[in-house]
Design a protein around this ligand. Structure first.
Ligand SMILES: CC(C)(COP(=O)(O)OP(=O)(O)OC[C@H]1O[C@@H](n2cnc3c(N)ncnc32)[C@H](O)[C@@H]1OP(=O)(O)O)[C@@H](O)C(=O)NCCC(=O)NCCS
Length: 322
């Protein structure tokens, strides 16, 4: 039987930060409102670095932490909603930048659940024995889709990237991954692509911004996080108390607090870094896992769960013994 494990992780954030007070220049807001409603203090916003650049820097760190050569990677999956080009994908350009040839590389879009979707695909491909070492990345420059005049959304998002190498193992470390989706017919969270073109006019369409029904997304998130985690634990015969740690998607600290309350788990076991980064969509989970490992919240042999939700609407969770 082929099993899988995490071989190494890495993260990269653009240097430039924008504080809550800085946002007052653009919208009618204040630090107190943003922090009490979301837990956010600042976000990193790229000034010229592309999604590829962020993905590349995070990948170099993950490759180093895994102590492997880039040439050992045989599949690359990048989860993103902010690919620099409609095509080629970030994964393809990342492959070239890392100097790896002739392997499978592609992007996926499952919004903020994207990294765990990528993990599930890579995990299953390795377990099928067709592949051996996967580079999975969540990378976003959400600032390019942000409406800087909409205070309901612009205060929430940030740029960043997280990467992970997963590979074969004799022991069952990556135990289970759940992914799910419910088509967002009500358009609670969306960003439209360029309009269909009229052949006669052949106009260049402007890029749309992120639109969100915050209250409904909040309800969805607080319902789905405990639900998917409970399902994950139940089908693996574990109790919540067996978990040493939980790394949740960082969308709002109040969402994480509500989930912790409903799961009856102490907030000490829930990772929080939203104060520093805001919501970085697909990058949020791998950035948080990398930091939780670095800070010693997740140690070798610990059982941890990770959980995400997002546009789509999508959700995902994974049970991992580090
Ligand atoms: C967005 C969110 C923080 C808003 O919090 P909320 O408590 O629901 O706040 P409301 O939308 O009810 O807004 C309350 C008031 O604050 C105002 N407000 C909104 N944004 C503001 C801001 N940045 N600064 C100051 N006031 C703001 C609203 O206009 C509203 O004013 P009104 O009552 O005069 O109309 C919250 O709904 C949320 O986090 N939703 C989930 C978002 C999410 O997770 N998205 C990503 C999914 S991956």
């Amino acid at each position: 039987m082929t099993y899988t494990k995490i071989l190494g992780t890495g993260r990269y954030l653009p240097e430039n930060t924008i504080s809550n007070n800085d946002l007052k220049q653009f919208v009618d807001t204040n630090d107190e409102w943003i922090f009490t409603r979301t837990g956010i203090k600042q976000r990193h916003i790229s000034t010229g670095e592309t999604t590829l650049d962020l993905a590349y820097q995070a990948s170099l760190k993950a490759i180093k932490a895994a102590n492997i050569k880039a040439s050992e990677i045989d599949i690359i999956i990048v989860a993103t909603v902010t690919s620099d080009y409609a095509f080629p994908g970030v994964a393809n350009l990342l492959q070239a930048k890392l100097g790896i040839s002739n392997i499978m590389a592609f992007d996926i879009n499952a919004a903020c659940s994207g990294f765990l979707y990528a993990m599930q695909i890579a995990d299953k491909m390795i377990k099928s024995k067709a592949y051996h070492k996967a580079l999975i990345v969540g990378a976003e420059t959400l600032s390019r889709l942000t409406d800087w005049r909409d205070r309901n959304t612009c205060v929430l998002f940030g740029d960043g990237a997280g990467a992970m190498i997963i590979g074969t193992s004799n022991y069952n470390h990556i135990k289970d991954i759940i992914t799910g989706s419910k088509g967002d017919e009500e358009m609670l969270l969306y960003c439209k692509n360029p309009d269909l073109k009229s052949i006669e006019e052949n106009l260049v369409s402007p890029q749309d911004h992120i639109h969100m029904n915050g209250k409904e997304v909040f309800k969805f998130a607080t319902r789905m996080m405990p639900k998917t985690l409970n399902e994950l634990l139940e089908r693996n015969n574990h109790e919540i108390s067996d978990l040493n740690y939980i790394v949740a998607h960082q969308a709002n600290s109040r969402i994480i607090q509500k989930a912790a309350k409903d799961l009856n788990i102490d907030m000490d076991k829930m990772y929080i870094n939203i104060d520093q980064y805001g919501n970085t969509s697909a990058a949020s989970v791998p950035i948080a896992i990398d930091e939780a490992i670095e800070k010693g919240y997740i140690k070798k042999g610990n059982l941890f769960a990770t959980v995400a939700f997002g546009g789509g609407l999508t959700w995902a969770s994974a049970l991992i013994e580090y």
